[in-house]
Design a protein. Structure first.
Length: 326
């Protein structure tokens, strides 16, 4: 049977015991494949790369070199969480790259969504390649490929952007999750001791907040997205909606409207709230939020986020709207 084909007899990982069995099998497989060589991993802080990192740390310790690239498009607190969990708690060999200015300078003035995605993806590859070339003795590249990636797009996980590394680097792939579905990855992540905020992290687009800061990205509007998103997530957690709604986030478009703040005329951005439920992301329904909660979120965002004077709720299901706006 092909190594990237899931055996029909493979039991779904639904319990801690089955997760522990999988972990033990993978520890042996990783150690046999890697030996005493070094492995490189692009650690985004997402579910898949985090579980791969935790698994490899347990298998080979400091032989794993994790590279976390902060491109400035992550949610509030995410780079800090990666450092806290992996460097401070798991004692990982972690390289943190602050590439915020580099990415935002490249994106300045670029309004077309697909062009933004290409710039973010290409720049990530360049930054990761630069870090890889600084290191010696790296023979393996770990990736958070999971089974749906193989079914949908072949053996290289394109949205992690590491598939575009130059061939002269000649890395062999280590993909311990390649036969698992996302729900199984989460069970394994829990068994490896990762925090719930990482294991049950809601879906997040590869370009991050870059596709939620609509049009050409500016630093002040990007911060409005980041801060309003943090408020939305905090209120969802406070009201028992965390983990019950599939995906929820904020969007800040590139236009302003007239408002009144502190008795004075304001000319500021709106924040758009989006909260949807789906099974397969092919169709999606809008979460029916209590009006009192919407009012509280509105009050907090307009009071706490600079440059914002309106909050709107997107009521559009998929179809005809997509989940993301760009």
């Amino acid at each position: 049977m092909e190594m990237n084909q899931r055996p029909e007899s493979m039991e779904r990982i639904t319990t801690p015991a089955l997760a522990e069995q999988f972990i033990q099998e993978q520890l042996a497989a990783i150690q046999a494949q890697v030996g005493d060589k070094k492995v490189l991993l692009a650690l985004s802080g997402g579910v898949d790369s985090s579980v791969v990192a935790a698994l490899l740390i347990r298998a080979i310790g400091k032989q794993l070199v994790c590279v976390h690239v902060n491109h400035g498009l992550l949610r509030k607190g995410e780079p800090e969480q990666v450092i806290e969990v992996f460097r401070n708690q798991m004692d990982a060999n972690l390289i943190y790259v602050d590439a915020v200015d580099r990415f935002l300078d490249k994106l300045a003035g670029v309004a077309e969504p697909e062009q933004k995605r290409k710039i973010i993806g290409a720049e990530f590859i360049r930054v990761f390649e630069e870090e890889a070339r600084k290191l010696e003795g790296i023979e393996f590249l770990a990736q958070g490929t999971i089974y749906p990636d193989i079914l949908e797009s072949g053996p290289v996980k394109a949205h992690h952007n590491v598939g575009g590394l130059p061939e002269d680097l000649k890395f062999q792939l280590v993909e311990p999750l390649r036969l698992l579905f996302k729900d199984e990855v989460r069970v394994v992540g829990k068994a490896l001791g990762l925090p719930d905020s990482m294991v049950y992290r809601q879906p997040f687009p590869g370009p991050g907040l870059g596709v939620r800061c609509l049009g050409a990205i500016t630093r002040d509007r990007l911060e409005a997205v980041r801060e309003s998103d943090a408020i939305l997530r905090e209120e969802f957690a406070r009201n028992g909606l965390e983990g019950k709604v599939w995906q929820y986030f904020t969007i800040v478009p590139d236009f302003k409207s007239v408002g009144v703040k502190d008795g004075k005329r304001s000319f500021e951005w709106p924040v758009i709230l989006r909260a949807v439920n789906t099974v397969d992301a092919m169709t999606a329904t809008v979460e029916d939020l209590p009006f009192s909660l919407l009012q509280r979120i509105t009050a907090r965002i307009t009071a706490e986020v600079p440059g914002v004077n309106r909050v709107l709720y997107d009521l559009t299901p998929k179809p005809c709207g997509t989940i993301e706006w760009e």
